[in-house]
Design a protein around this ligand. Structure first.
Ligand code: SF4
Length: 219
């Protein structure tokens, strides 16, 4: 499933193929383009083999190319949607340059289209350079999973392949992205994290000059 909407239900029923989503007016449309991710988070649904094999969000036929994704979009009027969100069971920025091509095409047709990327914020480690200038004029919101109040806990949770430097790089990515992206937010999940730790994360976000969004916990 490449393009989908979110239903608010738990598990597999939480995601609905755009073709089955009916009227998409006012909805967020999610774009799922990769299974790749530099992290291996302890809480990630990717670990549950049954869930992966049964999940429509696992791209069993590999990554769709740019023209496949654009073909899918051509069937819909994106004028009416709320936001386009690059998301899914992998790290969207593993496809950074393809995202750029897709957004460039779509924004030609829909200049007011709002585009968000939900990310682990490790793209500068993936590409071994600062990629944030690529986001200018393309991405309206970057939502980064902060996950933890310090680098040690972050690594324990995310098991990032880049090791202990991941946390600092993720925070630096947020600061650099502010130069090119109108909305940069960091997220933590309510209940999964204690109030004390959320307070520390809030302080970190204040220092970085980005908004902290506490996402509600979903079973
Ligand atoms: S960053 Fe997201 S997709 Fe990657 S392992 Fe963590 S939860 Fe899963």
């Amino acid at each position: 499933m490449i393009l989908y909407t979110v239903t608010g239900k738990a598990g597999n029923e939480g995601f609905l193929d755009i073709a089955k989503s009916g009227d998409i007016t006012g909805k967020n449309i999610y774009v799922n383009m990769t299974n790749r991710c530099p992290c291996n988070c302890v809480f990630c649904l990717r670990h549950t083999k049954e869930l992966l094999e049964g999940s429509d969000l696992w791209l069993k036929d590999g990554e769709p190319d740019v023209s496949t994704v654009l073909d899918l979009f051509s069937k819909y009027d994106l004028e009416v949607i709320n936001e386009l969100v690059f998301c899914g069971y992998g790290e969207p920025f593993e496809r950074l340059y393809d995202i750029c091509k897709i957004v460039d095409e779509l924004k030609k047709q829909y200049p007011a289209l709002k585009v968000r990327v939900n990310t682990a914020g490790l793209a500068n480690l993936i590409y071994e350079k600062d990629i944030t200038p690529e986001l200018e004029g393309r991405i309206d919101t970057v939502s980064i999973s902060l996950n933890a109040p310090d680098e040690k806990e972050y690594l324990e949770l995310t098991r990032s392949k880049f090791g202990i430097k991941s946390y600092e790089s993720m925070k630096e990515f947020a600061v650099l992205a502010k130069n090119y992206v109108p909305n940069v937010v960091m997220t933590v999940v309510d209940h999964v994290m204690s109030e004390e730790k959320i307070a520390i994360c809030r302080k970190i976000c204040d220092q970085l000059g980005v908004e902290l969004r506490v996402r509600p916990f979903e079973e």
